[in-house]
Structure formats: C-alpha cells, structure tokens
Ligand binder design. Structure first.
Ligand SMILES: *Cc1c(COP(=O)(O)O)cnc(C)c1O
Length: 227
C-alpha cells in the first residue's frame, strides 16, 4: 500500500514548498521545522523518509509510537519524536520516556503528571501548550481566555518550562485568524515555538510565523482508517 518512491517525492515537494513559503515572508527556511506526521504509517512507509534525511516525526498515540519507534531509532538515534495527539495523564510516564517534544499539554492534571514523571525520569521533553483557538468543545487544548492562567500555573505550581504553543484550527474555518491568534499569545508570553499548519495550510502558517509545521498526508499519502 505504501509506495516508497512516492514518499520520497512528496517529501521533496513539501520541503520545496516550505522553502518557498519561508522565502515569501523573508524568513530563513531553517527556522521552520518540518514535523513529518507518521501516525498510522507502518515502518516501511517511514523508512524512505528517514533515508531522505527526515529526522523529526510526529505521532498521535503513545502506544503506537512505543511499538514503532524503538527499532527505527536504533538505526537513527538522532530522530526527534513529537507527541502531537491528546495525552492521558496515565500515559505521562511513557510519553516522557519516549518523546523529545510534547505539544499537547492542555490541562493542570496533565501538567502535574508530567512534572512528576520528568522529576522521576530525569528526562525533560520540550513542552508546548495546545490552545483550542476555535473553542471547540470536542477538541483538546486550553481555551484562549484561559491560556495566561494556565501558563502561570505550569511555571508557578508545577515548575514546568513551556517553550511554545500548538493549535489545530477548526476544519471549517479559514486558518489564518487562528494562526494569528496563536502568534499573538506566544508573543505576549515570549514563547519561541509555534506549531501550526498541516498538509492543507502549512504555507499560510509559515507566513504567520510557524516554527513547526505538522505535515502527514502530503508526505505519506492518505492514512488508512484507524481500527
Ligand atoms: C494528523 C495530524 C496532523 C497531520 O495532518 P495532515 O492533514 O495529514 O497533514 C497534524 N497535526 C495533528 C495534531 C494531527 O493529529
């Protein structure tokens, strides 16, 4: 089902598109990290991306990442893994062990669990707070009006260093207003990293200041339905 040549070609195209979007907004293309979203993609789909030098990957499910990545990482120890999906507090231990970046910090119970596991493991993934810029009830993320208090609690109560923000705009909205909002919140708090933009809209996100774009289907093709 996975065509390795297609992955290689798609990846080259996404890289070119990132370079173009960065140039359009007079940004250094090196200031935009491509997070290749490999959720549901089996190792044979990931290998061509690794062969082409891709080293930053995003996964949504702790369990799936745990099954796939240790073997791939044995071959490529310089891979950085980002958790971009919702994280249950009872999976915080696995997440701290496995991921270099956790982008989906979005509630105080999770902040407490992560603080505990970071302390225990002596390993400190870079943390980003997910913001629910569209205030959608079914979606994870801190609502924009609660972000200031949440960031204060992360630092003050839990001793966590948050270094960026992430958002997933509502599918039916034009994304730019959401990207602009995320940018403004990050600026207000002096946060360096902005994870925004997916296959459909990453060039726009780069124009709005994204430092991380999360691109799945444009690289790996349409995902198989999740069982
Ligand atoms: C699946 C996923 C992506 C990638 O989406 P594509 O449209 O396939 O690029 C990015 N971010 C998050 C949080 C995701 O769950």
């Amino acid at each position: 089902m996975i065509d390795p040549d297609a992955v290689t070609a798609n990846l080259a195209q996404v890289r070119a598109e990132i370079a173009r979007a960065a140039a359009d907004s007079e940004r250094d293309p090196g200031s935009v990290a491509l997070v290749a979203v490999s959720k549901t993609i089996p190792p044979e789909g990931i290998l061509p991306a690794l062969a082409a030098g891709q080293r930053v990957f995003g996964e949504n499910y702790v369990q799936e990442a745990r099954a796939k990545w240790p073997a791939l990482r044995a071959q490529h120890p310089d891979v950085a893994l980002h958790l971009i999906g919702p994280l249950q507090s009872n999976k915080a231990r696995d997440a701290v062990e496995l991921f270099d970046v956790i982008q989906s910090l979005d509630r105080t119970s999770l902040a407490a669990a992560l603080a505990r596991e970071i302390q225990r493991a002596g390993r400190r993934p870079l943390l980003m707070v997910q913001v629910n810029t569209g205030d959608e009830p079914q979606k994870g993320g801190v609502s924009p009006g609660a972000v200031d208090a949440f960031l204060a609690a992360c630092a003050g109560t839990y001793g966590l260093t948050v270094e960026g923000l992430m958002c997933i705009p509502p599918a039916e909205d034009p994304p730019s207003a959401h990207f602009g909002l995320l940018h403004a919140i990050a600026e207000r708090h002096g946060l360096r990293h902005l994870s925004m933009g997916m296959s459909a809209d990453y060039p726009a996100a780069i124009q709005m200041g994204a430092t991380h774009v999360r691109v799945g289907s444009a690289i790996f093709g349409a995902r198989p339905a999740r069982a």
